[in-house]
Design a protein around this ligand. Structure first.
Ligand SMILES: N[C@@H](CCC(=O)N[C@@H](CS)C(=O)NCC(=O)O)C(=O)O
Length: 210
């Protein structure tokens, strides 16, 4: 039995949970609320010494890193149907997943962490003195690139749903509660509305993001 350690409170956890659900993969979900310190439990640290979710166990395979996990789920259990149809599409899917991990997610963490932290742990993390900004100098070029790419496209790769959409959508989990300027980025807003309407995406919304 496949076991996924995650929480939908986290963008990275939600990526893995939603892909598993979208592909209809039979698995056991173990909720690890890292925001309550559950990632520091000895049995979880034995699995993933970094204490981070998501983590996947499949027999003797222990896999961490959300984008690696969604790739494995799709290839091992989804017939590769979210991975792209040919070498070019698969390369583009990987391109967006690397972009997400290297650029998009770090910039959004910098911009949104105070607000997201407060929404997740209001008693511990004070409300930030200034509203989170989606218009900072590190984030704007990334939003511009994504907006330009999505203008006239329904999805990131091949005009149909792929792992790239799940991966890049992860951090958009926080958009609604942190003032994402949809008017300034209509193509991103339209694309994310389509992801947000997926039953598997909806089913994994929880806490402040529901
Ligand atoms: N690059 C990793 C990041 C994983 C990560 O940072 N997970 C966060 C939740 S979004 C976590 O578990 N944080 C708990 C901690 O750092 O102790 C991935 O994509 O899976």
């Amino acid at each position: 039995m496949l076991t996924l350690y995650a929480t939908g409170l986290s963008a990275n956890g939600r990526k893995a949970m939603s892909v598993a659900r979208h592909l209809g993969i039979d698995h056991e979900h173990r909720e690890v609320n890292v925001y309550r310190g559950e990632g520091r439990a000895p049995d979880f640290l034995a699995l993933n010494p970094s204490g981070k979710i998501p983590a996947l166990v499949d027999g003797d395979l222990v896999l961490t890193e959300s984008n690696a996990i969604i790739g494995y789920l799709d290839e091992a259990y989804g017939g590769g149907r979210l991975g792209g149809d040919d070498a070019r599409e698969r390369a583009q899917v990987r391109r967006w997943l690397f972009w997400e991990a290297a650029h998009w997610q770090p910039a959004l963490i910098d911009a949104l962490a105070p607000a997201v932290g407060h929404l997740l742990l209001p008693a511990l993390v004070p409300a930030p003195p200034v509203a989170s900004t989606w218009r900072g100098p590190a984030l704007l070029p990334l939003l511009g690139l994504l907006e330009e790419h999505l203008a006239g496209r329904s999805h990131l790769v091949g005009d149909r749903l792929t792992l790239a959409d799940f991966g890049v959508a992860g951090m958009m989990t926080y958009a609604g509660r942190t003032g994402f300027p949809a008017d300034a980025f209509p193509a991103i807003a339209r694309w994310y509305a389509a992801v947000d309407a997926l039953p598997a995406w909806r089913a994994t919304a929880c806490g402040p993001w529901a």
